[in-house]
Design a protein around this ligand. Structure first.
Ligand SMILES: Nc1ncnc2c1ncn2[C@@H]1O[C@H](COP(=O)(O)OP(=O)(O)O)[C@@H](O)[C@H]1O
Ligand SMILES: [Mg+2]
Length: 593
């Protein structure tokens, strides 16, 4: 967590470097043609803007002498009309083009991020908050839009207007431009200074926003726990704190940034004053006409104005760059567990599972499994029992290769899991956990996940074979019942039942049930036992269970304690041994009384 925060803080102050710019460009490359069209439109727009003052000059300088010249007046009006038409038409087309580009580029990027996240290893989700990932795929991508689409044309437009206006002033009277020149270094200096400040302050605002989103996601997904623990106030306070951090950083940013506009405006005014003084003198000397001076005043605005706009552009760029860095960071996150080159597919396995001296830790200094040696023969049903938090689920996660052991080896039929493709491995193993998430849709949809081509009849038969009809078919709409978001419209027991049937349909060679029947109450333990027996028949099964009555049919019971195998054998053997298992069993019997 702290690692993540450090990194985010570093990102918050990140600036646009060449690598980021290159990657942004690589995203925009597929739409380069349309971007070029936008650039062309910007040039047309700039021309339409800079020719307008010329019409003004004509009116001021020649209106008196040509008052009766209808053709002259009409052509001026037409010319001016065309510039406005170009301005509006061109503006509309540019906006539309930019919009379509944004949809395409951002849509592609979102899809790419989504696929990327699906490939990441489980350990990434252990250390990254859901909200952060969502914020990146959703909001940060949105924030990229200006950098990818609007920015280049807008920058070009401002630059073109500035250059064109400068050139035209120079064309009318080269001396006038000379008077304006001292303002340029001042403007540049201000820009460099504000750019520095901007990168820091806007980056920080973006980071604060990201934290707010992360918090919101966590609150909403965990609302039940929050209400149950009566932690609403703590949670609200934390949210308020995050919001006030966001406000604080935004206020600081606007305060620091807010001075740029007035500063450049003041420079504009200085520019106009300089022009009026110098132009007035030239007018008095008869070197310039009144129309030319008016034209120049417009050009001063066109000359210095774009520089002011750069401020706004820069603000958007800074936000976008910070967002881009986050997005790239996510794209750069490599799955830690990936197929080695040249792995083979695991096909038609017998189902012998072996753990050899397996050691494992989630965090470097805290080993969870201290050398587990366990062989489970094909077709055997093994129960893992032991106190909670001692590594049973961890062992099962290693079997699914959600993590790799630090040392030692996990294998199926003698194949090291690291030498087979993950896809084929997971086709051979089904896992049912205590709290499974179902996907929105009906129960039938969820069952069909395991075996897409199964008929309704097959699904019903599977339900009946496991004795789940009592629970599932009795629901008002039977298998057509909607499970609600993440399955929350079903009870935990019903959800577990759906998952058991799903595992049954998947018909894997190796089945792992991790506390998978903890919430199912089938009148008598006998029914659960029968269902489990049916489920485990003909495959290797590993059952992690607290309710010891549910594992009576196991061929072997393995007791895990403090990351090691403490005892193993049949129920009777272990009872005779009179140690951990016997104690657990005794405690269970007493609790049942
Ligand atoms: N994703 C994780 N990251 C860090 N530690 C974990 C993680 N999952 C489990 N642990 C720790 O590993 C230990 C064993 O957990 P687990 O295998 O789930 O126990 P159990 O025997 O109850 O299934 C616990 O101390 C737990 O705190
Ligand atoms: Mg567990």
């Amino acid at each position: 967590m702290s690692f993540e925060l450090d990194q985010e803080q570093e990102l918050a102050v990140a600036r646009l470097d060449r690598a980021t710019a290159g990657r942004l460009w690589s995203l925009a490359r597929p739409v380069a043609g349309r971007l070029a069209l936008i650039v062309l439109m910007e040039i047309v727009l700039t021309v339409s803007i800079v020719v307008r003052p010329w019409f003004l000059r004509q009116v001021i300088d020649h209106a008196q002498e040509r008052a009766g010249d209808v053709i002259w007046i009409a052509s001026l009006m037409c010319g001016l009309g065309i510039t406005w038409l170009l301005r509006f038409g061109g503006g509309g087309v540019t906006q539309w083009l930019a919009g379509t580009i944004a949809l395409r580029v951002l849509g592609d990027l979102r899809a790419r991020l989504h696929n990327h996240v699906l490939q990441l290893s489980v350990s990434y989700f252990d250390r990254t908050r859901v909200g952060r990932i969502v914020a990146r795929i959703d909001r940060d991508v949105e924030a990229l839009e200006p950098a990818l689409v609007n920015l280049a044309p807008a920058l070009l437009g401002t630059l073109l207007r500035c250059l064109a206006a400068g050139y035209l002033i120079w064309h009318i009277d080269s001396n006038l431009l000379f008077y304006l020149c001292p303002l340029l270094p001042l403007l540049l200096l201000a820009m460099v200074l504000f750019k520095r400040i901007g990168a820091t302050v806007w980056g920080r605002v973006a980071e604060c926003k990201s934290r707010v989103t992360a918090h919101l996601c966590e609150t909403i997904t965990g609302v039940r726990v929050i209400q149950q623990c009566a932690a609403e106030n703590t949670n609200s306070n934390r949210y308020i704190k995050l919001l006030s951090d966001l406000d604080g950083s935004a206020i600081k940013a606007s305060w620091a940034w807010g001075w740029f506009a007035p500063f450049t405006f003041a420079l504009n005014i200085f520019g106009i004053c300089a022009l009026l003084v110098a132009g007035g003198r030239h007018l008095a000397l008869g070197e310039l006409s009144l129309g030319q001076i008016s034209q120049c005043i417009f050009y001063v605005f066109l000359f210095l104005g774009p520089l002011q706009e750069l401020g706004d552009l820069y603000e958007r760029l800074a936000t976008a760059v910070a967002a881009a860095q986050r997005v790239f960071l996510l794209l750069d996150t490599q799955a830690q567990i990936i197929d080695r080159p040249g792995v083979r597919d695991l096909s038609a396995v017998q189902g012998t599972v072996t753990f050899e001296s397996v050691r494992f830790s989630y965090h470097p200094n805290r080993e969870i499994l201290h050398g587990i040696d366990l062989k489970i023969c094909a077709g055997e049903t093994v129960a893992l029992v032991g106190p909670t938090g001692h590594g049973k689920s961890t062992l099962m996660q290693l079997l699914c290769r959600f993590y790799d052991p630090d040392s030692g080896k996990v294998s199926i039929d003698g194949y090291d899991l690291r030498d087979v493709s993950m896809r084929s491995l997971r086709q051979q193993i089904s896992v049912v956990l205590q709290d499974n998430v179902l996907f929105s849709g009906t129960i039938r949809d969820n069952l069909r996940c395991a075996k897409p081509d199964s008929s309704d009849l097959e699904l019903n038969q599977a339900v009946i074979a496991l004795g789940a009809d009592e629970i599932l078919l009795r629901l008002p709409q039977g298998l057509e019942t909607l499970v609600g978001p993440a399955g929350t419209a079903l009870s935990l027991g019903q959800r577990q039942m759906v998952c058991l049937v799903r595992a049954f349909l998947a018909d894997p060679k190796v089945l792992v049930l991790d506390e998978a029947t903890s919430a199912i109450d089938l009148h008598s333990e006998g029914r659960i036992q029968r269902a489990l027996k049916r489920l485990c028949y003909g495959r290797t099964a590993i059952i992690v269970a607290h309710r010891l009555a549910t594992i009576r049919h196991a061929n072997r019971i393995v007791v895990i304690r403090e990351g090691q195998i403490a005892e193993q054998g049949h129920h009777e053997e272990l009872m005779k041994l009179g140690k951990i298992y016997a104690e657990l069993y005794q405690a269970a019997v007493e609790a049942a009384r």
